[in-house]
Design a protein around this ligand. Structure first.
Ligand code: GLU
Length: 549
């Protein structure tokens, strides 16, 4: 029998701290009964995606609705994947969506007494427990080289055996002390492996808060706990960190479900109670007839960057995700059109265990509604902020003409049935850019089926009769009169029944004016548009049009 204590000393001669010391360093949190302590634990790869947001949003709601604590831990154990600036990017992106952390990594120093919150700075802590597991015979060093492991894998393939380091393949599991010492003396690199006592013949019962009751196969693999540079793997760091940061609920992607039996074993081996788990199903999309997971490679809409660049309001993306995650959110929103989303009672119980379907058309629909509920000031600020980053020319125009822009954004806003003209901030220029001479262009031409002389007459008569002081009905009656003068039908019902009887309709006369004034076939309410532009500008544009006709 190997002397495990001696082995632990041999492998970790410099570790003097004891598990009790670590316990003392991190006293239990003083939180109210039922408060959720959870975290976002991203790797700093620089790629921030919808999955990160869904994870963080779920944790954030659970923590803050229960009076608990949300912290940010950076899982930087894989230095190769780390991208400079990734942490700031992540904090910024989540911050935009209203996800703020109470504790953990910040853009400056870490905040909180359970740190450090970046895993590479916690190596001393992991080693205390690596040493403990070794001293108890629950972990052992393995000196296999990459080549040896690759050869093992090939052999397993040839023998149609299960893959992995277990059973007869676990060649360092029961090696005598002399062999270990000999390798150490040669300075050979080693990893620390977990000594699994599980068997794939056994099942474990487990309740995941999203997936429900699960029966999982026990883990029989001697997984790596510490890599050869002494840095822990995700699994080991997860157990140690979530234990000493007092995480009550681990919310993570369901790709971790396959290693959950190992995590449970690890907590048991360390003598700790494991936290509750919520494994979130994947985000999928329709690809032809079938569903598939959103992929980083194929789907730009997976990245949060996509939404900012394309001008999706953050509030729209946020509300859309709530719609996707909690099926009752839509009804709640309908009943509470003006309430802040934080008033909605988010519940993990409503999350679909199989994952959610991402549908951009639906997101756009949500977005129209979200923008329609905003004030003109808010829309102005948001469009300006978006344009400053993505359309410098338009942002200048907005800044120089703030009053007009505010009036333009106010058209059809407020009231019971607000207009839904905008889906994206990037729509704003096309929607109301014509107000500004700097960017006004004649985008649409008159259809060929009208006589130029009729159009000209209509435009001229309008200029002759236009009075800015007219009420909307008077204004409209004047247009009607013009329609009659040029032989266009003023009754839409009659026109639709027998269109061939007329040269056109009152709607066409409005269109003549619309194209002249806005340059486009579609625009916000013409009466309002003209009021905002002012008589001089209206007449100037119509006159210009009669000249070029
Ligand atoms: N670093 C892991 C990931 O990004 C975190 C998983 C977890 O939340 O535990 O997937």
């Amino acid at each position: 029998m190997i002397d495990y204590k001696e082995l632990a000393e041999l492998l970790f001669p410099d570790v003097t701290m004891t598990p009790e010391d670590v316990e003392k360093m991190y006293p239990p949190r003083n939180v109210p009964e039922g408060a959720v302590i959870s975290r976002a634990a991203p790797s700093p790869t620089g790629f921030v995606h919808l999955g990160n947001l869904i994870q963080a949003l779920t944790s954030e709601r659970m923590c803050h609705q229960s009076g608990g604590t949300l912290f940010l831990r950076v899982e930087d154990t894989d230095a190769k994947r780390e991208v400079p600036g990734a942490i700031d990017t992540l904090i910024d992106y989540l911050g935009i969506y209203g996800i703020h952390f109470d504790e953990g990594v910040t853009k400056g120093e870490d905040v909180g007494i359970y740190g450090p919150y970046r895993q590479r700075r916690r190596v001393d802590i992991y080693h205390v427990f690596a040493k403990k597991l070794t001293a108890e015979g629950k972990a052992y060093p393995c000196f296999c080289t990459e080549e040896e492991l690759a050869a093992m894998h090939e052999k397993q393939e040839a023998e149609k055996a299960n893959y992995g380091y277990f059973g007869k393949w676990a060649v360092w599991r029961d090696r005598p002390m002399e062999d270990i010492k000999a390798e150490l003396e040669k300075g050979k690199p080693w990893v620390l492996r977990f000594r699994s006592t599980g068997s794939i013949e056994n099942k474990i019962k487990f309740t995941d808060l999203i997936k429900g009751q699960l029966e999982l196969t026990e883990n029989d693999i001697d997984h790596v706990l510490l890599k050869s540079d002494g840095i822990p793997t995700y699994h080991f760091a997860h157990a140690v960190d979530d234990r000493f940061m007092y995480t009550t609920h681990v919310v993570r992607d369901d790709s971790w479900l396959s290693t959950l039996p190992f995590h449970i074993q690890l907590f048991q081996a360390l003598g700790w109670k494991h936290p509750k788990y919520l494994h979130i199903g994947p985000l999928m999309k329709m690809d032809g007839e079938s569903k598939r997971k959103l992929s980083k490679r194929k789907d730009p809409e997976l990245a949060l960057k996509y939404y900012r660049q394309n001008g999706f309001p953050t509030q729209s993306v946020y509300e859309y995700l709530l719609t996707v995650l909690n099926s009752n959110f839509e009804d709640w929103r309908r009943a509470n059109p003006d309430a802040p989303t934080d008033d909605f009672k988010f519940s993990y119980k409503k999350m679909n265990p199989a994952g959610s379907l991402f549908d951009e058309a639906k997101l756009c629909d949500v977005s129209k509604n979200v923008i329609s509920r905003m004030s003109a000031e808010k829309v102005y600020d948001e469009v300006l902020s978006w344009s400053e980053e993505f359309d410098a020319e338009f942002s200048e125009v907005l800044k120089n003409n703030k009053d007009t822009a505010l009036k333009a954004f106010a058209i059809g806003r407020g009231g019971k049935k607000p207009r839904k003209d905008l889906t994206l901030w990037s729509d704003a220029k096309g929607y109301m850019g014509f107000f500004f001479d700097e960017i006004f262009t004649l985008e649409d031409a008159y259809p060929d089926n009208f006589h130029k002389s009729d159009i000209k007459t209509a435009l001229t008569q309008f200029c002759e009769t236009y009075d800015e002081a007219d009420e909307q009905q008077v204004w409209f009656d004047k247009i009607k009169a013009i329609a009659e003068n040029i032989g266009f039908c003023t009754d839409m019902k009659a026109y639709k029944a027998e269109p061939e009887k007329y040269k056109g309709s009152i709607a066409d006369v409005s269109m003549f004016l619309r194209v002249a004034v806005t340059g486009k076939m579609n625009s916000p309410d013409m009466f309002e548009v003209m009021r905002i532009l002012g008589k001089d500008k209206v007449i100037e544009r119509i006159n210009k049009m009669t000249e070029v006709l």
